[in-house]
Design a protein around this ligand. Structure first.
Ligand SMILES: N[C@@H](CCC(=O)N[C@@H](CS)C(=O)NCC(=O)O)C(=O)O
Length: 228
């Protein structure tokens, strides 16, 4: 396998991060194109040919192109030699629990939560209201939805280790990516259990490597402190 077999396009947001973390867990070499979502780089004819959605992230392995972050993360963990410190269950219960976390993160926290905020918040709050329109009610209701969902999942967050057992799994990649952006949007995480889960998970080396690929810093705090 060479660096050219796997490529990822995208940085500075929580969705490319999901792919970088999976690649780092599997210790794979890859080429990263650090392009932004609003820099025009996703709108060139060359890029749109690879990804007609005109979005990041985009993942390629040989002739397979994947333009959804969770699908690309799943591709990585299902198609390369499994490291012994990453959890890929083969029993129905844990498999479905990982799916439950992944879909909850992609739908409830991401699509119905932080992404609504991103689209309809003003630019001073890192939103895109200049493009999608300012909608304070939508932002408030998305924010309370995130809080409600965090309250709901809290009982399934353990006091130690990872979401499902002693090693991280795709459930952790998805949940940590969402917690990251929840923090970026300054939504208060009231749960001590979730807060402590975030802190201990942020210590993992592979997580830090993926943070550097995504944000240029090993921790969210470093990124926030250096953000202009
Ligand atoms: N469901 C997609 C969402 C991708 C997405 O919305 N990416 C954002 C940046 S993280 C983007 O490129 N937005 C540009 C746009 O909406 O035009 C995924 O998870 O990969």
């Amino acid at each position: 396998m060479t660096d050219n077999d796997i490529e990822v396009w995208g940085h500075l947001t929580f969705r490319p991060f999901r792919i970088y973390w999976a690649l780092e867990e599997f210790n794979l070499s890859y080429t990263s194109h650090r392009i932004g979502s609003r820099t025009g780089e996703t709108q060139t004819p060359q890029y749109l040919k690879m990804n007609p959605k005109g979005k990041i992230p985009l993942f390629r392995h040989k002739d397979i192109y994947i333009s959804e972050s969770a699908a690309a993360m799943n591709y990585v963990v299902n198609n390369f030699a499994q490291p012994n410190n990453f959890y890929l269950p083969n029993n129905p219960k844990d498999k479905s629990k990982i799916d439950e976390w992944s879909y909850c993160c992609a739908m409830e926290l991401d699509a119905l939560g932080v992404y609504i905020m991103r689209r309809h918040q003003t630019e001073d709050k890192f939103g895109l209201a200049n493009i999608y329109g300012e909608a304070p009610n939508a932002v408030e209701s998305a924010k309370s939805h995130v809080k409600r969902m965090l309250d709901a999942v809290e009982r399934d967050v353990p006091d130690e280790n990872w979401l499902i057992g002693k090693n991280p799994s795709c459930a952790d990649i998805m949940f940590m990516s969402c917690l990251q952006v929840i923090k970026l949007y300054k939504i208060e995480i009231k749960s001590k259990k979730i807060q402590s889960y975030f802190e201990r998970s942020s210590e993992r080396e592979q997580y830090k490597k993926a943070m550097i690929k995504t944000y240029g810093h090993p921790t969210l705090e470093d990124f926030l402190n250096n953000r202009s």
